[in-house]
Ligand binder design. Structure first.
Ligand code: F6R
Length: 241
């Protein structure tokens, strides 16, 4: 595991964007999976700015990490809505290159197998950018997640349902999520965990310094040989060194 700590959110986001751009220059047709949420907004901003004069992303395939069951692209607060509006639309990525779960589907199991097969067909994920939940979740791999899970539907943890309200302008019923599984995240080529802010410092400490445990799903990312953790100083406050 590599740990990179920067003074603030902007510098952390910029450094990660630069590392991603460098990886893309080595493999133009990378398969990229990006978390939604508040944390990657700064990263998306830098990627938008840096991509204006290049066609860096034109051969990439984009995969969604997760979605709230029952919400779609038009719903403000959904993962799809955020990643489309903050990155995919401004970059003009064509629909054929975008693969998100349809969390409005009546057959969510089929959605899971469709995405699992597609990722396999495309040769696996090259670049995965993850955030971390206050309860240690990654994607919607909640406490008690399983290492061998591929894409799956899950009943959301109470913490996720409560914290998740921050994405919506009015109270929204959140009960289930659809997500890539730890199996996919652990077998991805380059995994980046991006965490900023003091409120995340306790969970960052548990994730990086305590024993790997399924109670803190993010700690299992340490099993991936190419995990790089990007933190701002606030998120790193409680770390030993
Ligand atoms: C979002 C996702 C979640 C978030 C996590 C942190 O697609 O997969 O795991 O990354 O909940 O969210 P923020 O960045 O809003 O604190």
């Amino acid at each position: 595991m590599k740990l990179k700590i920067f003074t603030d959110y902007e510098k952390t986001s910029t450094a990660l964007a630069e590392e991603i751009m460098e990886l893309l220059s080595l493999k133009l047709n990378s398969n990229i999976c990006l978390a939604a949420g508040d944390t990657p907004k700064g990263l998306f901003k830098v990627l938008r700015e840096r991509a204006t004069n290049t066609d860096t992303f034109s051969q990439c395939e984009f995969f969604g990490l997760d979605e709230w069951v029952g919400l779609g692209r038009k719903d403000k607060g959904s993962c799809k809505n955020l990643v489309y509006s903050e990155l995919l639309e401004p970059l003009n990525i064509s629909e054929e290159r975008i693969h998100f779960f349809d969390a409005l589907s009546e057959n969510l199991e089929q959605e899971c197998s469709k995405i699992d097969s597609l990722i396999d067909e495309k040769g696996g994920l090259d670049i995965v950018v993850l955030g971390i939940g206050m309860n240690g979740h990654v994607g919607f791999n909640e406490p008690g997640a399983r290492l061998e899970s591929g894409s799956h539907v899950i009943e959301l943890d109470e913490v996720t349902k409560t914290v998740g309200q921050k994405y919506f302008s009015k109270k929204t019923k959140l009960s289930h999520g659809i997500t890539l599984g730890l199996k996919q995240l652990l077998s991805s080529k380059h995994v980046f965990l991006l965490v900023c802010g003091k409120n995340k410092s306790p969970i960052v400490k548990r994730t990086l310094e305590e024993a790997i445990s399924l109670e803190v799903p993010a700690s299992n990312l340490r099993l991936n040989e190419d995990l790089t953790v990007y933190l701002d100083e606030a998120a790193a406050t409680l770390l030993n060194n």
